[in-house]
Structure formats: C-alpha cells, structure tokens
Design a protein around this ligand. Sequence first.
Ligand code: HEM
Length: 217
Amino acid sequence: MRGGTKLDRLNHQKVLFNILSVVSILIIFYALAKNFMIDPEAEGFLSYKTGLKRELNLPVWLNVMYVHVGFACLAMASGLLNFSTINVQNSRKLHRINGYVYVVSVLLVVLTSGYMAPYATGGKVSSMGFNLLNIIWPMITMMALVQIRKKRMISHWNWMIRSYAFCFTNMLIHMITFISERIFGLGYADSYTIGIYAALALLLLIPEVVIRTIHKS
Ligand code: HEM
C-alpha cells in the first residue's frame, strides 16, 4: 500500500480506529461489569493470593482497586475519544482538555498500581514487573505530552499510540495467564507472573508495528 493516496490513508486509519473502538468499548464494559457488579469483592482473583509476605488490608485494597479500575476505564475512554478528534480542526479545545483527563487518569492508575504492586499475585517477581510498568507507562505518556508542547504532531501521535497500548495491560495479562494455565498447564501464580512480563513485551512491540503500518499506507 506504500505510496497510497491521502484518501487511502484516511480509510486505512478509519478501519484501524473502528477496530480499536469496538475492542476498547467491550473492555470498558467488561471491566466495569466484572469489578463493580459480578465480583465486587474480587473473590475469584484474591483466592490465588496465598503466602503473602505482608498482610493485605482487604477494605483498603478493594477501594484502591475500584479507583484503579475506574480511572483505567476513563483513560481508555478519553484516549479513544482523542484518537477520534485528531483530524477535526474545530475540536482542538476538546482534544486538549480531554488529553489532560487522559494524563491524570494514567497517573492515578499508576499511583493505585503502586499501592497494589507489593501484594501482587506471584510475589516479588510480579511486583517488580508491575513496578517496571509503573515507570514505563507514565514516561511514555509524558513523551507524548512533551512532543505536542513542541508542536511535533506526528511524534505526539506516535507516542500516544505507544501510551494507549498500556490501557490493554490487564486484558493482555489475563489472556496470557489463561493460555499459560490452561494450555501449558502451569500454576495460576506462575502463569500470572509470565503474563505480566509477556504483556509488557507485547505492549512495547505491538505499537511499533501499528505505527509502521500507519506510516506505510
Ligand atoms: C488500563 C487498563 C487497566 C485495567 C482495566 C486494570 C484493571 C485491573 C483490575 C480489574 C485489577 C484487579 C485484579 C484483576 O482482576 O486483574 C487490577 C490489578 C492490578 N493492576 Fe491494573 N488495570 C489496568 C492497567 C494497569 C497498569 C497499566 C498497571 C501498571 C502500571 C496496573 C497495575 C495493577 C496492579 C499492580 C494490580 C494488582 C495485581 C495483583 O494484585 O496481583 N494495571 N487491574
């Protein structure tokens, strides 16, 4: 598709955006339903936490988890909205305000993650993986912000694709955990640890493929 017309490029971006919208909206509804309605006490997930080094204060952990999930969904929704307004000239103000909603949401997801990380399923190695995520995601998001402050549009767009990928962290961890547990027969906690690191690798890799695909079309 190299050398396609501007119309080809816009159509290609539209298809990618439509796929992203469907997946993101499904994840938002699933995360809200699962964590606030189906299993608000997180009994299923917590049942795998055995032999914790520090005692978990359940009411505090649960409230932190609600804030975490709430802002994760807000980050996902505001990020999606901003990808949709990128080509619309008269929505610049909305894009800007919503962009800050995204950045604050990312910081709150990371802050709450910082509280939960020491109790992570799978122990110390899992905690370290989450702390890596806690450093990388805000750094990438700040890069996106710095680029637009310098009026570098394409670079801002690329860094936002890299940042938005991290909204799929939880989904990817659970998908990889599921494959590792059910197909390869590993225990849940080990599978979860593998899930964290494999998700991190994919979250860094997939956006590069997407960015190259977009710029090729
Ligand atoms: C943006 C999309 C995200 C959603 C929807 C989300 C959702 C959740 C949910 C529902 C839990 C409770 C346990 C479970 O069912 O998995 C959780 C736990 C956790 N999340 Fe997130 N999360 C997201 C992103 C992130 C990111 C980017 C990080 C790290 C920077 C993170 C760090 C954590 C930590 C440390 C825990 C506790 C894990 C444990 O106790 O083993 N999350 N998240």
